[in-house]
Write a protein that binds this ligand. Structure first.
Ligand SMILES: [Zn+2]
Length: 499
């Protein structure tokens, strides 16, 4: 059954779990991991045979030929020839959309330890997940799927709310019945209680909004908090998510069009009347400190590994001037036999810190987006290729601040309020080099944070954002409305200077 295509949103509820519940959940997550590996093993075998097949190779050849030709009719014809070949091969090697479902089902009914832990609907959704990754592999979109190692499965879902994991929010109960009482098995009911928010604040409003909608299906999430494992219920509701009332009121007024310029550490916005600059992370100092601590723990971990497993390293000596330096390099393909308790403790601490970093980042992104949506109407964004920044010299800053994630969030939220979002091509326009008075393009050094040309003395980033706001794609060309920029600068000379 295909999933319905109506709009949906998610809401997370904490689960109240006893020791017994947690043990059972752990067993079920492990069973899911085993089941996934079994299905994946069979699917990979089929995929290898499929990729070796001559008809598939021929079809691929036709498809790549179609990609190269410029004639539209020929392209269509080649594609029409290739598609039946692909389909036939998929049928032959049983790699169609639902063909993996039977493997999971069969394995489940043959293995009693899985039968009592995983229900048939959940099995189906696990098989579907494997099929998705295999499909990406066959189409060349992603690499070869990996097997799930122990405790690597983080969520289990059921395709509908009628069978498998059933949530009843009126009673506040999740019922996960893995199997019925027959074939010598005991019925295995797992009943968990949902924790509701009884406080009188916005979180309660958000929850009340969610509870007023129809439940589509749900999943149980597992998250490691240091030494503790937390289980959460994530429910998928039909409808649109909660909108903050003050934002809704603001957005109903006609707001200005803003240009956006993304930097390493802050996001700059400017319209013809105003300019804003906000940092990506609210507590940037704390984040940098935490990142330093993570680095320190990583070094400590590698030191303990080295001292406990001296046989796994090769030692080399090299001379540097008068000094002799000894270096240790890990031998390839060797597993470390001795893992100390101290190492595991450090690993746990590191994971906890990294989780905190990620959570803090998500929180600040949400805050920034809400602040921006209070003033912004339509958006024009300079489309930056963050991957290039990350690969060149700003890897650490990008990793810490995640500007691409913030941009995606901003775009998604802006579109929810029916605002237009346009991307400006930086390669064609080069707005960070442009001067609207003389029209020249001169490259600035990174250390130069001020735009000084033709008697202008403005902040470089805010000025770029202002130019972006007044750029349009007209008649196949990017054009800057110089008069509007000039007027904005004359009317508000102080706004575009860094405070
Ligand atoms: Zn100039």
């Amino acid at each position: 059954m295909s999933k319905s295509k109506t709009a949906s949103f998610i809401h997370n509820f904490p689960l109240i779990t006893s020791y017994k519940n947690r043990k059972e959940l752990e067993a079920r997550f492990n069973a899911a991991q085993q089941l996934k590996n079994v299905v994946l093993q069979e699917a990979l075998k089929r995929a290898d045979r499929y990729l070796q097949d001559e008809t598939v190779k021929e079809a691929k050849r036709l498809y790549s030929k179609a990609h190269r030709t410029k004639d539209k009719n020929e392209k269509q014809q080649l594609k029409e020839k290739a598609i039946p070949l692909f389909n036939a091969a998929r049928k032959k090697y049983q790699l169609e959309k639902y063909s993996l479902d039977s493997i999971g089902g069969q394995h489940r009914s043959n293995a009693p330890h899985l039968y009592t832990h995983i229900d048939s609907q959940t099995t189906k959704s696990i098989c579907q997940r494997v099929m998705k990754s295999i499909n990406g592999y066959l189409l060349g979109k992603n690499g070869r799927p990996h097997f799930a190692y122990k405790e690597s499965i983080q969520s289990i879902e059921s395709p509908t709310n009628g069978q498998g994991i059933i949530v009843n929010l009126e009673k506040g109960i999740v019922n996960w019945n893995a199997c019925r009482k027959h074939l010598g098995h005991k019925s295995s009911n797992l009943i968990l209680h949902v924790k509701f928010d009884n406080r009188n604040n916005r979180a309660a409003d958000v929850e009340a909004h969610a509870l007023a909608h129809r439940v589509k299906y749900c999943r149980i999430l597992k998250k490691q908090h240091g030494r503790f494992t937390n289980y959460t219920l994530q429910v998928v509701f039909e409808g649109t998510p909660y909108e903050r009332s003050e934002l809704k009121e603001k957005q109903q007024q006609r707001l200005d069009c803003y240009g956006v310029d993304m930097n390493m550490h802050h996001i700059d916005l400017a319209s013809n009347n105003d300019a804003i600059s906000l940092p990506y992370c609210r507590s940037a100092v704390a984040h940098v400190e935490m990142e330093k601590e993570v680095k320190r723990l990583q070094r400590k971990m590698s030191r303990t590994l080295f001292l406990n497993n001296l046989d796994c390293y090769t030692t080399r000596e090299k001379t540097k001037g008068r000094q002799t330096i000894t270096t240790h390099q890990r031998k390839k393909g060797i597993k470390f036999p001795n893992i100390s308790h101290n190492y595991l403790k450090l690993k746990c601490r590191k994971a906890n810190l990294q989780r905190k970093l990620a959570a803090g980042r998500t929180d600040s992104h949400g805050y920034t987006v809400n602040q921006l949506l209070k003033v912004c109407g339509d958006l024009k964004i300079e489309k930056v290729w963050y991957r290039a920044w990350q690969c060149s010299r700003y890897g650490r800053a990008i990793g810490l601040n995640a500007p691409a994630t913030l941009e995606a969030k901003l775009v998604r939220r802006a579109e929810q309020f029916d605002n237009n979002v346009m991307f400006v091509d930086p390669f064609k326009t080069a707005l960070s080099q442009y001067c609207h008075r003389c029209g020249n393009k001169t490259q600035k050094k990174l250390s130069n944070r001020v735009h000084t040309c033709c008697d202008l003395n403005l902040d470089r980033d805010l000025y770029t954002a202002l130019l972006v706001a007044n750029t349009d794609f007209i008649g196949g060309e990017w054009l800057v409305d110089n008069d509007m920029v000039e007027q904005a600068i004359i009317e508000h000379p102080e706004k575009y200077k860094r405070k």
